[in-house]
Design a protein around this ligand. Structure first.
Ligand SMILES: CC(C)(COP(=O)(O)OP(=O)(O)OC[C@H]1O[C@@H](n2cnc3c(N)ncnc32)[C@H](O)[C@@H]1OP(=O)(O)O)[C@@H](O)C(=O)NCCC(=O)NCCSC(=O)CC(=O)O
Length: 445
């Protein structure tokens, strides 16, 4: 078939689809405003410096010289700085015997601190909340964490609660998706999304490298996010959601198994991160972009993208569309340096584009599903987010999933937020770990 004819047909189809889609969603009251969000900053006594990480590694009697070398090498090379936070039981040396209370307290500390601040600064109260979604992947007590929030804040009896567990690092976008779908069914609704990860009860004490990696990357963090579809609150909103795309490539066995909780050969429970994870992330990302592109790209860009797709195997090594024409800021999950660099390469992003994710990895580590909100906070604290700017949030998570959403900034944003006391220090002159000298022998050994 003539390529020009095929291209024209596809373009006409997408235009019509997009038009009717907009009309449909307008009718269904799709508006989803992000009113405000607060990221958690644990107290200074929870800081995990490289030296303290070294001590934790040394007290694990299951590790030999080979494992020590591996861990210290990854810690020093990971792009993670000296000021990230860990859970209290691990800092206190009880990583091998966590109690239920350790897990509960870690979540309470994060959620109550961020919610108190969010209610305080937004002027809304717990009684205003109609929908509550909590996502914490690796800790699911009964009654659930959402019920603990309802109990603590004495929320209304008609509140709708949802507790998502096991959904991995892309879960906060899933929570937003759930909220926007609920918004379509009811006007003037207020929703809270609470996103975090449980680190304390999930420390791995064995000697399998792919499971030890999680101890190096994952750090304490969390975020509370206030959303509404009430048009009257439009002027108070920071951002509005334009489109959200979820991709799940779990049918692919290799991708499904690259990030999962399991027991090692000696029975130690932990979270396995395969060396193939960046490959699975790239696959899920490509599938996500393929569905995102027609929804956000202008006609010309879309035509170039489709043409490249048709000729993919022959000419273009990177067939991804030029999202920079419609996206001003890229808010990337801080999965690890390899994940950030991989996304940067496939989208053709600059050092400036990747700075928020790299700096967030340095200051807060991989805080799992909440990491996107620290990255957004960095952009805001750096006064990068101006009215009408578009922010593309991209997250990856076990399953394997890639979930993305495009948001529009509603007004110039300049809150100091969780970055307030350190934003002036970023980006630092070097990201090289200060203990590099001390541990240089590791790289040379
Ligand atoms: C771990 C790294 C920071 C290490 O970077 P380096 O610069 O040190 O270089 P490198 O890649 O050569 O790795 C150093 C050594 O670690 C080994 N190595 C790397 N990844 C490994 C893995 N998954 N399992 C076992 N070993 C691994 C390498 O073979 C090498 O060993 P040797 O020295 O013997 O050759 C990076 O590779 C990285 O960012 N990887 C991706 C991390 C990741 O999977 N993140 C997603 C988290 S999950 C998530 O966020 C979502 C979710 O859970 O839902």
């Amino acid at each position: 078939m003539d390529i020009i004819f095929m291209l024209s047909a596809i373009l006409v189809f997408y235009s019509l689809f997009h038009f009717f889609n907009l009309l449909y969603h307008h009718r269904r009251n799709q508006t989803c405003y992000l009113l405000d969000y607060v990221c958690f900053k644990p107290s200074d006594d929870r800081k995990l410096s490289t030296e303290l990480c070294g001590d934790i590694v040394h007290r694990n009697k299951n590790l030999g010289l080979k494992e020590h070398k591996f861990l210290l090498k990854v810690i020093v090379n990971s792009g993670i700085g000296e000021d990230t936070y860990g859970p209290r039981n691990i800092i206190a040396g009880r990583e091998e015997m966590p109690t239920l209370e350790d897990g509960v307290e870690e979540m309470d500390e994060c959620f109550f601190a961020t919610l108190d601040e969010l209610f305080g600064k937004s002027g809304f109260s717990a009684k205003d909340i109609d929908v509550l979604v909590v996502n914490v992947s690796m800790f699911s007590p009964a009654p659930c964490l959402a019920a603990r929030i309802v109990n603590h804040y004495k929320m209304r009896e008609d509140i709708k609660t949802y507790n998502l567990s096991g959904m991995g690092c892309s879960a906060s976008v899933i929570s937003i998706d759930l909220v926007q779908n609920i918004f379509k069914t009811k006007k003037k609704t207020m929703a809270l999304v609470l996103t975090s990860e449980s680190i304390g009860p999930n420390w791995y004490s064995g000697n399998d490298k792919s499971m030890m990696l999680g101890n190096c990357l994952f750090r304490s963090g969390g975020c509370s996010i206030l959303l509404s579809n009430d048009q009257a609150l439009k002027d108070r909103a920071k951002m509005s959601l334009k489109c959200l795309v979820r991709t799940h490539i779990g049918a692919n066995d290799e991708a499904h198994h690259c990030a999962l909780q399991k027991e090692d050969d000696n029975g130690y429970l932990g979270f396995h991160l395969s060396k193939d994870l960046p490959k699975a992330a790239a696959l899920a990302f490509a599938a996500n972009l393929q569905r995102l592109a027609p929804r956000i790209l202008p006609m010309k860009q879309l035509a170039i993208y489709i043409a490249r797709k048709i000729h993919q195997s022959s000419k273009h090594a990177n067939p991804n569309p030029n999202f920079k024409s419609v996206v001003d800021h890229f808010c990337l999950h801080t999965g690890g340096s390899a994940v950030i660099e991989g996304v940067g390469r496939s989208l053709g992003l600059t050092k400036y584009d990747l700075e928020p994710a790299r700096m967030t990895l340095h200051r807060f580590g991989n805080t799992s599903a909440s990491s996107l909100w620290y990255v957004l906070g960095y952009m805001e604290a750096k006064k990068r987010l101006m009215k009408n700017d578009r922010v593309l949030m991209i997250s990856f998570g076990a399953g394997f999933k890639c979930n993305s959403c495009l948001c529009e900034v509603m007004r110039d944003l300049d809150s100091g937020n969780v970055w307030e006391d350190c934003i002036e220090d970023y980006p630092p002159e070097t990201l090289v770990n200060p203990f590099m000298d001390k541990y240089r022998w590791i790289n040379e050994a």
